[in-house]
Design a protein around this ligand. Structure first.
Ligand code: FAD
Length: 453
């Protein structure tokens, strides 16, 4: 039987690798079981470039794990959203005040490889081709299946940590023991990944330091840069209606959609038809659980506990923040059951808040970034953030450039939004505002902000 500083992680994806490192650093013995083969040996799933936006919460966890420098070598800075209007005009909407407030595009495969190397160097034991297939919680025996030959392997455990993603096998096993209060809400929209290759001269074919958005009301396209000078394009469409994945069914339909709605992107994607037909259609949903742990025997984190839609670029960042929180609770508490309970009490409300903000951001990205009221509110938001930096911070900045708890950012964002709507009502420009009254309203309605610990 493993001793009481031993822990078994399921999944060597993004959260699994970071948590393994943080725990080993704190003196834990860590075994990590991963369903897939070692990506360092056989390359990362399918060879497609898929990238993720890394923000301050994620970077903070990477700094604690000693991984930030290695990861940032592969990162491309994104200063803001480059909005592509239907008529071909573009507009760069900065995310933050300056280049200290930006997000970073990282290649999922490279990131995973870097994190696995760091975890292994730290002393975590990684076991690949071991998919969790059954758990006997009474005997504390986990069964893993090797997908290459179907052979099973039994492993004794003290506690299991589920970092095995949205389709978590550990969650399914826990649900047989207790009611987790699980529900999944489908967004009713799905996505397809496409690629913009490098330009003829080998450079980026559009502005590299931006997250490109083609907002079109009920649907949109986005593109994030990769360090190999490509862009990963993601087309988000509803599942029904027109256009939707029900009407855009093959490469020819996709070309017709792009000719009509994304004309400036079309020449950048030479393999549009092939990408559309070969790449899977990804579904988008939010996973809610009321309980994340089974006493001291098992706990879930990252997507396994709270998968969210990707529109705030925070799923991985939130998962990394979970890793820090769980490692800290395991250090601080006398037993695992109370550590897992404290972890859940701390993180569940924050996960709910970012799940909701991610849903709201879809509407904002696809429908509001080119709307006049929105742009005026955003202009006021920027002005107030400069005039009252201790009291007014755009919600996007609280979530992305700071570690203010998500739940605080959510509530604060709601108060600020009300104020912006009130203060801009009846105005079409900031010039007509009474700034004395505006400043008084901010000081009266918004208390000073809590800053990062
Ligand atoms: P995963 O990264 O999914 O890792 C789970 C691991 O567990 C995998 O390695 C898997 O093979 C393994 N596994 C699965 N089942 C088993 C089993 N039975 N036994 C053993 N191992 C198993 N987040 C951001 O922060 N920024 C973004 O810009 C962003 N963009 C996104 C875009 C899209 C289209 C999507 C779908 C998601 C995006 N996300 C983004 C979210 C992000 O991808 C996830 O939140 C993140 O990957 C969660 O990490 P995880 O370690 O919990 O799960």
């Amino acid at each position: 039987m493993p001793d009481n500083r031993h822990i078994t992680l399921i999944g060597a994806g993004l959260a699994g690798a970071v948590l393994a490192t943080l725990l080993v650093q704190r003196g834990w013995q860590v075994d990590v079981y991963e369903k897939r083969g070692d990506p360092r040996v056989q390359g990362y799933g399918g060879g497609r470039s898929i990238n993720l936006a890394l923000a301050e919460r994620g970077r903070h966890a990477l700094r604690l794990a000693g991984a930030d420098d290695a990861v940032m070598q592969h990162a491309v800075m994104m200063r803001g959203r480059m909005v592509h209007f239907l008529d071909g005009r573009t507009d760069l909407q900065r995310y933050g005040r300056d280049d200290s407030e930006v997000i970073w595009s990282v290649h999922r495969g490279e990131l995973n490889v870097v994190l696995l190397d760091i975890a292994e160097r730290a002393g975590a034991r990684l076991h690949f081709d071991r998919g969790l297939s059954a758990v006997d919680f009474d005997a504390r025996i986990a069964t893993f299946t090797d997908p290459r030959d179907g052979n099973t392997h039994q492993v004794a455990f003290e506690s299991l940590v589920g970092a095995d993603g949205a389709g978590s096998a550990l969650r399914a096993a826990m649900a047989k023991q207790m009611d987790l209060g699980e529900r999944t809400e489908s967004l009713g929209h799905s996505y397809k990944e496409l690629e913009i290759p490098p330009a003829r001269d080998g450079g980026f074919s559009i502005e590299p330091n931006a997250l490109h958005i083609w907002p079109r009301g009920r649907y949109m396209c986005i593109a994030l840069p990769n360090d190999e000078r490509t862009f990963t394009v993601t087309l988000f469409l509803p599942n029904e209606g027109d256009p939707s994945f029900a009407t855009v069914r093959d490469g020819g339909d996709a070309r017709a959609l792009f000719e009509r709605d994304f004309a400036d992107a079309l020449p950048l994607i030479p393999d549009l038809e092939r990408d559309f037909e070969r790449n899977p259609t990804g579904v988008l949903a939010t996973l809610y659980l009321d309980r994340w742990h089974l006493d001291g025997r098992a706990v879930l984190l990252g997507d396994a506990a709270h998968a969210m839609v990707p529109f705030h670029g925070q799923g991985m960042n939130c998962a990394f923040e979970d890793c820090v929180a769980l490692a800290e609770q395991l250090d601080a508490r006398p037993d695992r059951a109370s550590a897992f309970a404290a972890f859940q009490a701390d993180r569940l409300p924050n996960a709910r808040a970012i799940q909701q903000m991610a849903l709201e951001n879809y509407l904002e990205m696809r429908d509001r970034v080119d709307d006049d009221d929105y742009l005026l509110q955003r202009a006021l938001e920027h002005a107030l953030a400069q005039r009252h930096p201790d009291r007014f911070m755009p919600r996007y900045a609280m979530v992305t450039f700071h570690r203010i708890p998500y739940a605080t950012a959510f509530e604060r964002g709601r108060q600020q939004r009300e104020l912006l709507v009130e203060l801009t009502r009846g105005h079409s420009s900031l010039d007509s505002l009474d700034w004395t009254a505006v400043d008084a309203a901010v000081c009266e309605r918004l208390s000073p902000l809590p800053m990062d610990a």
